[in-house]
Design a protein around this ligand. Structure first.
Ligand SMILES: Cc1cc2nc3c(=O)[nH]c(=O)nc-3n(C[C@H](O)[C@H](O)[C@H](O)COP(=O)(O)OP(=O)(O)OC[C@H]3O[C@@H](n4cnc5c(N)ncnc54)[C@H](O)[C@@H]3O)c2cc1C
Length: 485
């Protein structure tokens, strides 16, 4: 019996109801060759394979996934397919110039259109609603941030409309709304339907996908893969050092794949790969979803165009009205775990779920009696300078993409297109974007990493409380932000 993947998120649960049993595909059991080995079957890996086959249908591409396609953040996220990118345009401009920053913003906006367009063209029904994003301001400091954001947007080509209280409430009737911003460049979608659909399309194109096969070593021209066909009962994420803890007399088999290029698309699991321990840190984001709500409830809340929504607090919260009328709502706040550990038990933090449900009912008192039917979470990855990046080391043939923080649903598509161009030797507008080839410095060793990240997460919660109490922009946030970014 395979692990209960459907319990990983509302979205995977729905996919299972659609008739996708989430049964793992065959693992890698015999040595093989490929032109490109993609490590990780999330959206980064699958989009890369997709555009590689667009650029060169003759390429032999092998995707190696330790669980099933969509097991990671790609099958569990908030479904905001947005033009957000973790580095502010002004920071990109300071490092690379105004034109490069504007090009990156334009590429991100185009990416939202691209994702929706490919899903439609490939017949992947993933409930896309191009409703934009409304972010309400519920205090004076939040209103200041809304004004600043709306003023900054046009400088980089972004449309960001400043809303007065009535305008914001017309889109999202949360409590205490004083104004907000509306950005058109976002689509709400069902992420697991996207990632599972994409995997199906790839197989139809002849891309090989092997599952429950874990890459334990990446070298120029060679990837080492571990697959234990007898280890059917292990829980997801129960990975060990090669062979460690295996049942007596059994060591999982190691298989080598020879290839020209390797793409590392492992996001929050990257620190588990030899040589990448401090490349990014895994940070958890958690979500809850209500039962489908009645029309009367939706009349009271709004989101008529299925706008994705948030407010301008520091510790991020995010939500979407799902196609079947639920409210799916998430936020950060779960702790960082010692030595960048990623374990299935960290997907659930009862204290964070309670806080999310409280926040949801505070925002929308009409939800007082609504039942929460799903609670889940997953790890995302953050680079030391919060700079997502994509690149190819031509000397070794090793490529990578990741560090998207909470903005990967669309950015993975841009990464996939860019990697495909790099790997097929094309010099394009995409390969000249400022995140290409960016190298972030390594995170600090423990215990500094644990202390710093958890102090930062705590500081953001306290900064929101400070603003609630004082009605002024948080001093704490101003002190801590340079250390975090
Ligand atoms: C709860 C939550 C909410 C989010 N909400 C949003 C949102 O609304 N909008 C947005 O833009 N972003 C959001 N994000 C972030 C977004 O989901 C991610 O940035 C994006 O999915 C990353 O895709 P990926 O393919 O790089 O990584 P993942 O989807 O995590 O995929 C990595 C894959 O690699 C596999 N893997 C790892 N190591 C190995 C190995 N050694 N061998 C083989 N396979 C391996 C993993 O099993 C996994 O399937 C959210 C994230 C979370 C957790």
């Amino acid at each position: 019996m395979s692990p209960p993947y459907r319990r990983l998120s509302l979205w995977l649960d729905q996919v299972a109801d659609d008739g996708d049993a989430l049964t793992p595909r065959a693992g890698l059991t015999a040595a093989t060759d490929a032109d490109v080995v993609v490590v990780g079957g999330g959206l980064t890996g699958l989009w890369t394979a997709y555009y590689l086959t667009e650029n060169d249908p003759g390429l032999d591409v092998l995707v190696v996934e330790q669980e099933i396609a969509g097991f990671g953040a790609s099958g569990r996220n908030g479904g905001w397919c947005s033009a957000l990118y973790p580095v502010p345009a002004a920071t990109l401009a300071a490092e690379h110039g105004d034109a490069a920053a504007r090009a990156m913003r334009a590429a991100m906006r185009d990416t939202v259109v691209e994702v929706a367009g490919v899903a439609a063209a490939e017949g992947i029904a993933c409930d896309v609603a191009y409703g934009g994003t409304v972010v309400v301001a519920r205090s004076a400091p939040q209103l200041r941030r809304a004004r600043a954001e709306a003023a900054e947007g046009p400088r980089w080509g972004d449309e960001a409309e400043l809303l007065d209280a009535d305008g914001a409430r017309a889109r999202l009737a949360a409590t205490d709304v004083r104004g907000g911003t509306y950005v058109p460049d976002c689509a709400a979608l069902q992420p697991a339907r996207l990632v599972r659909g994409l995997a199906r399309v790839l197989e139809e194109r002849g891309v090989r996908i092997v599952e429950r096969s874990r890459v334990v070593g990446i070298e120029p021209g060679r990837v080492l893969v571990e697959h234990d066909e007898h280890d059917e009962h292990r829980e997801p994420d129960e990975h060990r050092k090669h062979g460690e803890g295996a049942r007596p007399g059994r060591t999982p088999a190691l298989t080598a794949v020879r290839c020209r290029h390797v793409v590392r698309a492992t996001e929050a699991w990257t620190p588990q790969l030899p040589g990448s321990r401090r490349a990014v840190v895994p940070v958890y984001s958690l979500m809850v979803a209500t039962e489908p709500l009645g029309d009367d409830v939706w009349d009271a809340i709004g989101l008529r165009e299925r706008e994705t929504f948030s407010d301008h607090r520091h510790l991020i919260v995010y939500g979407q009205r799902t196609a079947d009328g639920r409210l799916a709502f998430g936020g950060r706040g779960a702790p960082y775990h010692w030595r960048s550990a990623v374990r299935s038990q960290y997907d659930r933090a009862p204290g964070v779920f309670t806080a999310l449900e409280q926040t949801l009912r505070e925002l929308f008192p009409v939800l007082a009696d609504a039942r929460v039917t799903h609670r889940w979470g997953g790890p995302l990855a953050i680079a030391r300078d919060w700079h997502a990046s994509v690149g190819l080391d031509r000397r070794t043939g090793l490529a990578w993409a990741g560090g998207y923080v909470g903005d990967g649903l669309s950015t993975t598509n841009l990464a996939g297109r860019t990697l495909a161009d790099l790997l097929t030797d094309r010099d394009t507008e995409l390969t000249r974007l400022p995140w290409v080839g960016h190298r972030s410095r390594a995170w600090e060793p423990e215990p500094l990493r644990w202390l710093g990240i958890n102090a930062g997460l705590r500081a953001m919660t306290l900064a929101d409380r400070e603003e609630e109490l004082t009605g002024r922009p948080s001093v704490l946030e101003r002190l801590v932000r340079p250390l975090l970014g």
